[in-house]
Design a protein around this ligand. Structure first.
Ligand code: IVH
Length: 698
């Protein structure tokens, strides 16, 4: 694996695309199916590599970047519950340096010279849960879900003995969402798996999955039989503040009847952070339940509030992860997978190996260069690394154990797809070769087309339920669905569908109804569904808003493909859209068959005009510039607050600027603002303008 510093831009683009797909697939297996296929450390490393590449190439941050979301969508089996305050995630730290940097960042942000007190709490490896109490009574419990909306698991949570249905003691707020981790101890996990194995049922890979699987049972009677446990460590919405520090809050939660982790402590400064980590690592084997790290939190809640959140994680806390062990195993085969865009990814099929409790059977080898660099051969014994700042797949080959007859791996010249096309090496816009190899079959390649169709029907695109990989492949092979428009003509095959095995009146009826329901679609989903490289969900939404209607979008795309300067400028002027998107759009609409495919599809649909951007705060959609000294908040806080309220913060004043907030010492920016006639506010005026708009702090 190449160090991030030496990646070219083209390589970064390719890797970010691959990482987004890979992480999404893992998210679905982990959050929806409770069945991860990689270890947590491998997953973390993927996310970290993604973050490191994004840090180096911020303009390449993908709209669907895994760094911008928490978890995955909830399962449809449970009713949705909107959290009073979103359930977000923590950023990870992996080393002493990361922990020191966290402390330094906190002090910098708050402009402090004194040492900061933190809580250091074990990071319980279970699943987080938010439990709402009203007047001391448990009224609702929800899983995290996508962070905003979780799954209603109230009936199941009521069966967990360690979760009080009525709060003890006194002093609890009228309404409080208590948050913590549902988990299973080692002994309970072993007993559960033993019983399952004896009954011939499926066993769980690790206690976390067992806890998730046990909590997310449709029948609460099954949950009741599982010895689930719970540690409280946080809260969401509260009707009134109830503590001044995290430590005090933990003690109150305990007094109200919750278990809190006895290993938690309150520590001082960077030194305290490091010592707490070392102590927790030593205690880890004796705990009797899984922890995967230590959570550091700024103790003072007023400071936590000032620090706030950036993107999906708080600035006031971080999860310091334990390094995971390495494992050895044997490469049994190297297969080539064909992606939606035809990119070929070699995948090592491994002799199953347990790393940190999860059985790992596959590891991506990324590309031919990576295989050559490692000189991985079928039959080799390799080391899987599960921590650090690189993707911990295959670290190295143990040469001493190489079988005598092992031959160097030769990347195939022919694609594994049924067309058996030549494999071509991808080039950048300037003609340089990249590490990526592609199937040259393009539109004719059935693998690419099936993957493309799968993207089209996926949840975030056209969201057609009942049309999964199995059905699509079957319909593709019969020639009924070859392109997206065919989906909307599937009703013509009703009799043939009914003649298929396991397709009764009901399932055919449901499938056709689901398809009909999507014949009317938003412009954003329409654009996203086309599966154009670099045009993910957010970009599609931006384009939809920018063009307003499908007619305008299609007309503009034809012009972009014809390199019309005005059309390119119009697209370029849209927020966050750069060359990669323009090139991808031009390439896509430059192909006759793509244009025909889109027109054919468009003729089947009613595409709704795009929604106007949200305007429910006083500053939403406005571009704000802060200049001069701010006295009531730091610049970072001001920026974070403005962005929270939907404004865009810019560093320089231009005609696009709506508001300049000027403090003492403001210079040229204030002058420019005056020249351009832009509204200038003092810090106090700004705070007054946004004050009532601030979300209630947790
Ligand atoms: S505090 C803003 N404290 O780790 C999120 N989380 O990546 C605040 N977790 O979703 C979370 N032990 O599932 C917190 N002592 C602890 C924790 C903990 C485990 C989990 C939790 C959370 C994830 C954060």
């Amino acid at each position: 694996m190449k160090p991030v510093e030496s990646l070219t831009e083209a390589e970064a683009v390719e890797e970010l695309t691959r990482l987004a797909d890979e992480i999404t697939a893992h998210d679905i297996r982990y959050y929806q199916q409770d069945q991860p296929s990689v270890s947590d450390a491998e997953y973390d490393a993927l996310k970290q590599r993604n973050a490191a590449i994004e840090a180096r190439f911020p303009h390449l941050i993908r709209e669907n970047s895994p760094s911008l979301r928490v978890g995955a969508a909830r399962s449809e089996q449970f009713a949705p519950v909107e959290h009073g305050v979103p359930m977000l995630s923590l950023d990870n730290a992996f080393s002493d340096e990361d922990a020191l940097e966290f402390d330094a960042r906190v002090k910098r942000f708050l402009r402090l010279d004194e040492e900061v007190y933190y809580t250091a709490e074990p990071k319980i490896d279970g699943l987080s849960c938010s439990i709402r109490y009203e007047k001391g009574r448990l009224v609702q419990a929800a899983t995290r879900g996508d962070g905003r909306v979780g799954e209603d698991v109230t009936a199941n949570v009521r069966t967990i003995k360690e979760i009080p249905t009525k709060l003890e003691g006194e002093g609890w707020p009228d309404v409080i969402e208590v948050r913590g981790e549902v988990y299973l101890g080692h002994a309970e996990f072993a007993a559960l798996n033993e019983a399952a194995a004896a009954a011939g049922q499926k066993t769980y890979a690790n206690p976390r999955n067992a806890a998730a699987g046990s909590l997310r049972q449709i029948d609460p009677k099954i949950t009741a039989r599982r010895p689930l446990r719970f540690f409280a460590y946080a809260w969401g919405y509260v009707s009134a503040p109830f503590a001044e520090t995290q430590w005090e809050a933990l003690q109150k939660l305990k007094a109200w009847g919750f278990q809190i982790t006895p290993q938690s402590r309150c520590v001082k400064g960077a030194e305290g952070l490091l010592a707490a980590y070392a102590a927790m690592e030593a205690e880890r084997p004796k705990l009797g339940f899984d922890i995967d790290g230590v959570v550091y939190k700024v103790d003072r809640l007023d400071w936590q509030q000032r620090l706030g959140f950036v993107s999906r994680a708080p600035r006031w806390g971080v999860a310091r992860k334990f390094p995971a062990q390495q494992a050895r195993t044997v490469i049994e085969a190297i297969d080539i997978q064909v992606g939606r865009t035809g990119a070929l990814t070699p995948v090592a099929r491994l002799r199953p190996v347990t790393v940190g409790g999860v059985v790992v059977t596959n590891a991506t080898l990324h590309n031919a260069d990576e295989i050559a660099r490692l000189d991985v051969r079928v039959g080799d014994t390799i080391v899987l690394q599960r921590a650090g700042d690189v993707i911990p797949q295959i670290l190295r080959v143990i040469l001493e154990e190489r079988p005598k007859d092992a031959v160097p791996y030769e990347f195939p010249h022919v694609c594994p797809c049924p067309l058996k096309t030549d494999i071509v090496r991808e080039t950048t816009a300037s003609g340089a070769e990249t590490v990526v190899r592609r199937c040259s079959g393009e539109f004719a390649c059935p693998f690419q087309r099936i993957n493309h169709l799968l993207h089209f029907v996926s949840r975030r695109a056209f969201d057609i339920e009942g049309l999964g990989e199995k059905q699509l492949t079957a319909f593709f092979e019969r020639g009924w669905i070859r392109a997206p428009a065919d989906i909307f003509r599937l009703h013509e095959k009703r009799d043939e569908l009914l003649a298929m095995e396991r397709m009764g009146e009901t399932s055919v009826g449901n499938l056709l109804a689901n398809i009909e329901a999507r014949r009317t679609i938003g412009l954003d989903r329409f654009i996203y569904g086309l599966g154009i490289r670099h045009i993910g969900e957010t970009t599609a939404t931006i384009m939809a808003r920018g063009y307003g209607s499908a007619a305008h979008f299609l007309e503009a795309m034809d012009k972009v493909a014809a390199r019309d300067p005005e059309a390119i400028e119009e697209l370029d002027a849209m927020d966050q859209i750069g060359d990669a998107v323009i090139e991808a759009a031009a390439a896509f609409f430059g192909e006759d068959h793509n244009r025909a495919m889109v027109q054919d599809l468009f003729a089947e649909l009613t595409v709704l005009d795009a929604e106007k951007p949200k305007t429910d705060t006083a500053v939403a959609g406005k571009t704000v510039v802060f200049t001069g000294a701010l006295e009531r908040m730091t610049r970072d806080e001001a920026k974070a607050q403005a962005e929270r309220l939907g404004a865009k913060v810019s560093g320089s004043v231009s005609r696009k600027t709506d508001i300049v907030v000027a403090g003492p010492g403001a210079g040229s920016k204030l002058k420019t603002a005056a020249e351009l006639g832009i509204q200038v506010l003092t810090e106090d005026e700004w705070l007054e303008m946004v004050g009532s708009q601030e979300p209630t702090p947790p």
